[in-house]
Write a protein that binds this ligand. Structure first.
Ligand SMILES: [Zn+2]
Length: 377
């Protein structure tokens, strides 16, 4: 059905669905992680960034091609490219898959990995505990990483490599040369640039098929609720107590697991708080922050550069286990590592029935010294 004049750039989902029934090709230009969650019936997947390279998989130019994405923005870009490349009848589905679903048009979850994903995650697919369903689960998962510093760097790189489909990385700072001794997401050429954007660039260079959201902001009472809300797991890569207590409270309120990590000179700690019944929270362990003089940060106390690499990697491992629902999480346990003797000790962390963070409402109070900072509601 070759048209004589180029048709409108957009088409509504209903007419698009009818045209597909008449032989038009529905081309989903979203990322595989989004596709795995669900896609319109009859659609085939070529991500926007792969269009040019995958042009041989496109139908002949006389075939009407209807591009669809999540909301209609990427598909409009796809149509621009398609029309310039000879598919003059290409159109973009207005409102994308969101509107397609809202209008009750047929769609289904996709349960297969494409060739790139099969190759990329081949070593995961060999593990019966992960396999195809686990890998799809990772691709559909959302992790909030707070901090693109020493802990956030290795954690984010491993989560991206593992195919955690949506990463949001929050950091207010810019890269300083003194960060490069341990913050391996960043490069010398990036000194002076925002860490969040630098992290996004590094993660997409490692795995371009992910969705990585860079937020250059400090986590505060005003934004923590919405940042935590759509995450499956929250990874604490912060370097200050105010942010840590705030995150703990927000994760408590939203019943999200918080993968905690902390470092000091040659020592580190890892644990998992919340996200399950009877799980302790951070304040079961540390009811109130220490006095400032007792808790110097890396800038004041120094830290062995590789130490956050060890602790952040452990946090990534806990995060992946939580997302997959495999193994035994470090819940109710605190792993302490001392790099000087390379000793790992495990301490039991019981839930405190009178915890000011997760105890009965009558006992709850903001952490001493941090005022109302840590009661986001
Ligand atoms: Zn508690």
């Amino acid at each position: 059905m070759r048209l004589h004049a180029p048709p409108d750039l957009e088409i509504d989902p209903g007419p698009a669905h009818r045209l597909v029934g008449q032989g038009a090709v529905l081309l989903d230009v979203r990322e595989p992680g989004e596709w795995a969650l669900g896609a319109p019936d009859g659609a085939s997947l070529i991500a926007l960034g792969d269009l040019e390279a995958a042009a041989t998989r496109l139908p002949p130019p006389e075939t009407p091609v209807l591009a669809i994405c999540a909301s209609g923005r990427r598909s409009a870009q796809a149509v621009q490219w398609l029309r310039a490349a000879g598919w003059s009848a290409a159109r973009s589905v207005a409102g994308g898959f969101e509107r397609w679903r809202a209008e009750g048009l047929p769609w289904a979850p996709r349960s297969t990995l494409d060739a790139d994903a099969r190759e990329r995650y081949a070593r995961h697919l060999l593990l019966p505990e992960v396999g195809e369903s686990g890998q799809l689960r990772l691709l559909r998962s959302r992790v909030l990483l707070v901090g693109a510093g020493g802990l956030g760097s290795p954690a984010a790189l491993y989560l991206a490599a593992a195919g955690v489909g949506s990463l949001r990385i929050v950091d207010p700072d810019v890269i300083e040369r003194s960060n490069l001794q341990r913050q391996i997401l960043h490069r010398d050429a990036g000194v002076g640039l925002p860490k969040a954007a630098s992290a996004r660039e590094a993660l997409l260079a490692l795995n371009p098929r992910l969705s990585v959201d860079a937020v250059q902001a400090r986590v505060d009472v005003g934004n923590v609720g919405s940042l935590v809300a759509d995450a499956d797991v929250v990874l604490d890569g912060t370097d200050n107590f105010a942010a840590r207590y705030l995150l703990d409270a927000a994760c408590q309120a939203a019943s999200k697991p918080l993968v905690y990590g902390a470092i000091h000179r040659f020592e580190g700690q890892v644990s998992v708080f919340g996200g399950a019944d009877a799980s302790p929270c951070y304040r079961c362990l540390f009811p109130d922050p220490p006095a400032v003089r007792d808790a110097p940060d890396c800038a004041a106390a120094g830290v062995l550069g590789v130490l956050p690499g060890i602790v952040g990697s452990l946090q990534a491992a806990e995060t992946i286990k939580l997302l997959l629902g495999i193994g035994v999480p470090l819940r109710g346990r605190l792993l302490h590592v001392d790099a000087r003797g390379m000793t790992f000790r495990e301490l039991r962390v019981p839930r405190d029935p009178s915890c000011p963070g997760c105890g009965p409402p009558s006992l709850r109070r903001p952490p001493l010294g941090l005022g109302s900072l840590c009661t986001p509601r």
